[in-house]
Design a binder for this molecule. Sequence first.
Ligand code: NAD
Length: 280
Amino acid sequence: MDRTVLLGLIGEGIAASRTPRMHETEGDVHGIRTLYRTLDVTAPRRREASLAELLTAARLTGFDGLNITHPFKQQVLELLDEVDPGAATIGSVNTVVIAEDGTTTGHNTDVTGFARGFAEGLENARTERVVQIGAGGAGRAVAFALSSLGVGELVIADTSAERAEALAADIGSGVRAISTDVLGPAIVSADGIVNATPVGMAAFPGTPFDTDLLEADKWVADVVYFPLETQLLKEARAKGCRTLDGSGMAVNQAVDAFELFTGVRASATRMRATFLSFGA
Ligand code: NAD
């Protein structure tokens, strides 16, 4: 191996992230020695560190790239030298490329990652009318991705009406926010539903809506990937619905980030195998 790349992930509570292993394994296959470190702000040695300090430290110590996760995806924009137009429109960056001269450029591969995961996992799904629940960090990327895929009408609900309205306004045409009070009728008339809330994770058990509203002709996607088999997806499958779990977005965002970091196209199949090797 004659090339080494040093990468990192900045975020909170990321010790169990599967992203480092996906990049390191893929790098090995391409003959690129890939070192990927988690820079967890909750680790004792970083408790006093700000995002700006971590970014500077990474630049000075020779990192070639960073992934940025919760809660820094919005905050990081103002600290970067350049932001690509797509990420600037969304107002969220999950990938930072650090050039040889230290210049930092932000990108958003959550959007492209969700879009490709969706196109592959729910091929030919009807998307005349889609309901999305959750307008937080992941929800913003999902809504921009769905919009880029040509969804007819995208309806967004969030317990924070303000957040749903702001996201709908940022995307504009073909997207509107609704109150969670009218989620039921919206689901009944939808082709498909995306959960972009944390509901379904161990810490937030349950489903984000009553699954009795589902019929077999609807598809259901979930961004939660821990666990992969959420209660929502399990109940949707039992109703005969096509489903898409959160691994598509998680794997494909890494595929696109790897290419930005190294200039080499990664294999989604191999990265998925690494992702799944951690268990469901
Ligand atoms: P977040 O806190 O930024 O946003 C969650 C949003 O959901 C908030 O706006 C909140 O008000 C809303 N919400 C919560 N419960 C709700 C409910 N019952 N009904 C309506 N709205 C509700 O969180 P996030 O960073 O967007 O993460 C959400 C989930 O997505 C997490 O489980 C996270 O692990 C997952 N995620 C997955 C990927 C992936 O690649 N698959 C990427 C990022 C995040």
